[in-house]
Design a protein around this ligand. Structure first.
Ligand SMILES: Nc1nc2c(c(=O)[nH]1)N[C@@H](CN(C=O)c1ccc(C(=O)N[C@@H](CCC(=O)O)C(=O)O)cc1)CN2
Length: 284
């Protein structure tokens, strides 16, 4: 069996095409959505992701506001930029690119953001709304995973899902989203403290691998026909991406998301969705 590809690039392109029309309609009403990004330091991965986000904005007609600070920026300097974007009327939504450099209190930065401008759904108030099942912008990577699964007809309802990882951008919110009544999946969350990862993976109908550990998910750990989403990123010395999923898994799985070309482009597309939805709400 060779797995069907969960094509994030093509799915993201379709989402962006829909958003282009919605942004044009907003502009006719006098509303121009503007995405702000705060990038601190010179991590090449983060630089690439942020550049991609602004390329996407240009494609769909969203205005771009880019703020960059050096690796040596202090907590106070970053907080000043956050306050500035909170007040900037041209910035209808923004993100702080994570991770922030060592020594910076990331949670404090996220808390300072205006929750109504939180385009990532990572402000504590918006994560709290997700816990309470109230409307909120949804974290982009888990939302991208769900959109891909739905588009390719993977059954989520009743599925046994294993999420590997517990980071704030995907590991924490993904189970919250999968266990909503609208998804109704049963979720096991695994992490570095999990005793027998392989035993959990073998039972999964859907695996979301977001550990950042190269080739952690091996073909012998995957149930034939399962859907496997490769979210984790490790890089070789040459900067090439290595995912969490061993290439041999494609021979066992029913569906697999490539990496690159799977969940990454979906993360960016869902960010634009959050920006446009917020602008549509403000336009009434
Ligand atoms: N504030 C946030 N920070 C981070 C998030 C997030 O959702 N919000 N997620 C990740 C990184 N991320 C988004 O910022 C992200 C990851 C990957 C991609 C992407 O397009 N990847 C391409 C490959 C790009 C390359 O060649 O390096 C792909 O997968 O095809 C976009 C965004 C952590 N930080």
């Amino acid at each position: 069996m060779t797995a069907q590809i969960l094509d994030g690039k093509a799915t993201a392109a379709a989402i962006k095409s829909d958003l282009t029309a919605r942004v044009a309609a907003l502009k006719e009403k006098g509303v121009t959505p503007g995405l702000g990004t705060i990038l601190v330091g010179n991590d090449p991965g983060s630089q690439k992701y942020v550049a991609g986000k602004h390329r996407d904005c240009a494609q769909v007609g969203i205005a771009s506001i880019q703020r960059e600070l050096p690796e040596t920026a202090t907590q106070e300097e970053i907080e000043m930029v956050v306050r500035d974007l909170n007040e900037d009327p041209a910035c209808t939504g923004y993100i702080v690119q994570l991770p922030l450099p060592k020594g910076i209190d990331e949670n404090r930065i996220l808390e300072l953001m205006d929750p109504d401008k939180d385009a990532d759904g990572l402000h504590p108030m918006n994560l709290g709304r997700l816990v309470l099942n109230e409307p909120a912008p949804l974290p982009c990577t888990p939302n991208g995973v769900l959109t891909l699964l739905r588009r390719y007809g993977v059954e989520i309802k009743g599925a046994e899902v294993v999420v590997v990882g517990r980071g704030v951008t995907i590991g924490r919110p993904m189970p919250l989203m999968l266990t909503r009544r609208s998804e109704n999946a049963t979720v096991t969350q695994c992490h570095t403290g999990t005793r027998d990862l392989s035993a959990h993976l073998k039972r999964a109908d859907i695996i979301v691998a977001a550990a950042g550990s190269a080739h952690l998910v091996r073909p012998e750990d995957v149930k034939p026909g399962a859907a496997v989403l490769d979210v984790g990123v490790s890089r070789t010395a040459e900067g090439k991406i290595v995912g969490d999923v061993h290439p041999g898994v494609a021979e066992v799985a029913g569906w697999i998301s490539p990496n690159p070309g799977g969940v990454g482009p979906m993360t960016r597309a869902q960010l634009l969705v959050n920006v446009v939805e917020a602008a549509e709400r403000s336009a009434g």
